[in-house]
Design a binder for this molecule. Structure first.
Ligand code: FAD
Length: 289
């Protein structure tokens, strides 16, 4: 393992100075991925900037009109246990409870998990369904990146080298919103993902609108399938659900891995998605208007 300087900046500006003046700087969140990569020699930064303690990065704020602001240093365990998350963003809560172990969740940060950007990153699924937007700071200024544009490949994001995620924003959702997260994993040198899906919709009078489908493990990045979501708008018939399922199959590109062949991952995804869509329809159509 290469030696590196550990630095805990007191402000974004101080962090920015290191990012500008050194070529090999890595940001540290919970360290679950970064420290492992450094130990394995996959990364060799000269400086590790611990951004967990920067002012404001641990804030959590919910407002019934404005939605939810989650600082980048907020731990995943808060998503699994926080009352405002459970009440207003149950799909996020449900997914976080399944993600890793309490030990990992107690260290892992939202910023680090998003920037890790694995094609099987489970946090991405509910975040994509809730239309999350990343707020990013760099010495050059601030910008926002919708999560649907954030992932550009396995382990790759739209972040520039000097950009720091400061927080994530989720808009407010009405109470008649329902979402489901489904996944299949296998024990193989630890627990490995075969495929996963999150499905969400909103009931407006008799119609089911704002459909969201986010898939994991079946492409080079976590992604939504907007064309299939479109097919479900309204009160989808059995045929429309089948058409949406077929369209999703056209839009994914699963790879063979040691523990699951690509065609098996397709079948698994199809089954999880069908179950997810049917559960959303049954729940929302069964609920009182
Ligand atoms: C034992 C174990 C089990 C796991 N099981 C699961 C599982 O079941 N499901 C699942 O989805 N994942 C799982 N993971 C992966 C885990 O979710 C990620 O490793 C973790 O969430 C990464 O977050 P972190 O804060 O630790 O990131 P770090 O390791 O600190 O950083 C990851 C990357 O993000 C960058 N970064 C950190 N903070 C910021 C920031 N604010 N802005 C920009 N870039 C930043 C770092 O430079 C680095 O490149 C598991 C990991 C372990 C070790």
């Amino acid at each position: 393992m290469n030696a590196f300087d550990y630095i805990r900046p007191q402000s974004l500006e101080e962090a920015g100075r290191y990012l500008t003046s050194h070529a090999h700087v890595k940001l540290l969140g919970g360290g679950n991925t970064l420290l492992l990569n450094i130990k394995k020699g996959l990364e060799a930064p000269e400086i590790v900037l611990d951004v967990k303690h920067l002012p404001g990065l641990s804030d959590v704020r919910y407002h019934h009109n404005q939605g939810l602001k989650l600082g980048a240093a907020v731990k995943l365990q808060h998503l699994a246990a926080g009352l405002e998350i459970r009440r207003h963003y149950p799909l996020l809560h449900q997914t976080a409870q399944k993600l890793a172990s309490p030990q990992v969740r107690n260290r892992a940060t939202i910023g680090g998990t998003l920037a890790w950007a694995s094609s099987v990153s489970e946090l991405a699924a509910p975040m994509l369904c809730y239309d999350a937007v990343c707020y990013v700071w760099s010495p050059r200024g601030k910008r926002t990146i919708p999560l649907s544009e954030f992932y550009v490949g396995d382990g790759r994001t739209a972040l520039a080298r000097d950009e720091i995620i400061t927080h994530v924003h989720l808009p407010a959702f009405p109470t008649r919103t329902y979402g489901v997260y489904q996944r299949q994993t296998v024990r193989h040198d630890g627990r490995r993902m075969i495929a996963a899906v999150a499905v969400l919709a909103i009931r407006k009078q008799q119609a089911l609108t704002h459909w969201r489908i986010a898939v994991l493990g079946v492409d080079d990045r976590p992604k939504r399938i907007p064309e299939a979501e479109e097919l479900l708008q309204g009160a989808p018939s059995f045929e429309e659900v089948e058409q949406a399922l077929a369209l999703v199959q056209e839009r994914i590109h699963p790879q063979d891995v040691e523990y699951a062949r690509a065609d098996y991952r397709r079948v698994v995804l199809q089954s999880l998605l069908r179950h997810g869509i049917m559960e959303v329809i049954q729940h929302l159509q069964g609920s009182r208007s």
